[in-house]
Design a protein around this ligand. Structure first.
Ligand code: NAD
Length: 381
């Protein structure tokens, strides 16, 4: 019996087209490799000349130009933007071990109290990449504290939230011109304690990201001026060079905003997790039945429980104001539930519209943004 010739079957043109796609993929990969090389050269030049690794204006102009170009060529602009943004993200990750120009050439050594911890190590690495001499004072190093801190140019406190004030009070007198800084996720009590224990320059920082980031490109760092702001200009400039966006805020406004952004949100996630375990459904089944948005919601809940319970306990319980805020949230939940109990469809719709108009034009924008996010999340499955 004769074997059918595969070259003559319906697969034949497909094989040929697939070969061509393979060849195009090879070209795409060579071009991507070349692009990454060029970007890493840019990173080195930036590092040498003290330019920030994240240049928002250049990025915005570049994306707008490429989108216009894509349209002219009949390509989907969203596809081109996605590819370019992914390339840029990769480039920032590549730049993570590049050096940065040192903004305070004459600064004496830096001591990170809690430097063996997660955020302490991250800041230690960034400061080291910027040419500073960094020393660590961790839990078991207090017998060497005087030796480590004598003549320090900056002391950065990065210990767990509930230990910060106590650790600050434990510090021996620092050199008068030493800059005292903290990274605590709350700002009121730590900044007040820093001003109390040190008569010299003081700055409160709150990095709005965790220790697992590759680099600081596009991350936000909130800062609270404490005393002698001129003495911390170099540090803020240094952080900007690392790619972060800085946002000045008072300790009071910071803590109030964090109540909503962190304490209440994490608490709601915690309560959601508690609800899930009490309902005790199979997680695999929930995942199998999930729409992309519910999957994303489960991801947002589940990721919390892969992290440190101590950190989240501290963030949520950081202040009595957080409890008051969460209690108001609880009251609003009860208020919403009442509408449901009464079966008052009209009231539900009226409230819905009221909330929608509070969000205003953001509601539409958020809908569009979330659709992009969902498309990404779905593509990862
Ligand atoms: P961590 O537990 O990883 O590190 C804390 C370090 O402090 C540890 O090395 C620990 O040994 C040390 N330490 C504890 N008590 C000490 C003491 N008495 N003396 C000296 N060292 C002591 O915590 P982390 O996640 O790195 O958090 C540190 C700070 O950064 C906290 O104030 C937190 O609010 C802030 N922060 C954390 C995050 C985050 O996502 N992890 C984000 C922003 C800000």
């Amino acid at each position: 019996m004769e074997h059918p010739d595969p070259a003559a079957g319906p697969e034949a043109p497909l094989t040929e087209l697939r070969d061509q796609i393979d060849a195009v993929d090879q070209q795409v990969m060579s071009l991507l490799a070349r692009r990454l090389e060029l970007v890493s050269e840019v990173g080195e030049v930036k590092g040498r000349h003290g330019l920030p690794i994240y240049a928002p204006d250049r990025e915005r102009r570049m994306i707008a130009a490429r989108r216009a170009e894509a349209e002219r060529r009949g390509l989907p602009p969203d596809l081109i933007e996605d590819v370019l943004r992914r390339c840029m993200r990769e480039a920032y990750a590549h730049e993570k071990n590049l050096g940065f120009s040192r903004q305070a050439p004459d600064l004496r050594h830096i001591v990170i109290v809690g430097g063996a911890g997660r955020m302490g190590r991250l800041f230690g690495r960034m400061l080291g990449l910027s040419g500073y001499e960094v020393r660590t004072l961790d839990r078991d190093d207090w017998d060497r504290a005087d030796e480590l801190l004598t003549d320090a140019g900056m002391v950065l406190v990065s210990v767990p939230i509930h230990d910060t004030v106590e650790v600050l009070h434990r510090l021996p007198a620092l050199p008068e011109d030493c800059l005292l800084v903290d990274l605590t996720s709350t700002k009121g009590a730590p900044v007040a304690a820093m001003l109390e224990v040190h008569p010299g320059p003081v700055l409160g920082l709150h990095p709005m990201f965790g220790p697992d980031v590759d680099n600081l490109a596009k991350q936000v760092v909130a800062y609270v001026p404490g005393r002698f702001p001129d003495a911390s200009t170099w540090l803020l400039e240094q952080i900007r060079l690392w790619g972060a966006r800085l946002h000045e805020v008072s300790a009071e406004d910071h803590d109030h905003a964090m109540g909503l952004i962190q304490a209440q949100r994490h608490f709601a996630t915690f309560a959601n997790g508690l609800h899930l375990i009490r309902e005790d459904r199979s997680l695999d089944e929930l995942l199998a039945l999930s729409s992309p948005i519910y999957r994303l919601e489960l991801i947002m809940i589940g990721r919390l429980f892969a992290q440190s319970p101590e950190l989240y306990a501290d963030i949520i319980m950081a202040s009595p104001d957080n409890l008051a805020l969460i209690e108001r949230y609880h009251d609003r939940f009860a208020e919403a539930l009442e509408i449901l109990r009464a079966g008052d469809r009209e009231a539900f719709i009226a409230r819905f519209r009221e909330i929608g108009s509070w969000f205003g034009p953001h509601a539409e924008r958020f809908l569009a943004e979330s659709q992009t996010l969902l498309a990404h999340a779905d593509a990862q499955r």
